[in-house]
Design a binder for this molecule. Structure first.
Ligand SMILES: [Zn+2]
Length: 135
């Protein structure tokens, strides 16, 4: 088993723990920090700024996240926490180099869901489809 897939498994179990208990304990924060390092610190800052929007289509309930970046321009990136982010780091560090498990936006989205800190936005399914068609 490669280092990456082992740490993916550890990360998944920490996320499951947080989700099932609704608690981000010190031990869990410590594990996440070990796994994600600087990206975890960045992600917590994004969550603290309420920088994670969950856009849900109605009636389907499908959703996409929009996560604010940290640069002064405050760009927002469309993001699927487990599969995809529209940012540069996702393509460069995660997909190309395989050095990171995910980017800070994906991490921020998962963290925000786990601690209930998403800003929820409801749109129609048509509007959601239109947003996704621009990815
Ligand atoms: Zn990203």
């Amino acid at each position: 088993m490669s280092a990456t897939s082992a740490s993916t498994l550890v990360a998944e179990s920490v996320w499951r723990d947080i989700k099932s208990t609704g608690l981000v304990s010190c031990a869990r924060v410590y594990s996440l920090h070990l796994l994600f390092g600087k990206n975890f610190e960045r992600a917590t800052r994004i969550v603290d700024q309420r920088g994670v929007k969950r856009i849900s289509g109605e009636p389907s309930g499908r959703s996409v996240f929009q996560v604010v970046g940290e640069s002064r321009k405050k760009e927002e990136y469309f993001c699927f926490p487990e599969h995809y982010c529209a940012c540069y780091s996702f393509f460069y560090d995660v997909v190309n180099k395989g050095e990171q498990l995910c980017c800070k936006h994906q991490l921020a989205a998962r963290l925000a869901v786990s601690v209930g800190a998403c800003v929820d936005v409801k749109v129609s399914d048509e509007q959601l489809a239109l947003l996704l068609s621009k990815l």
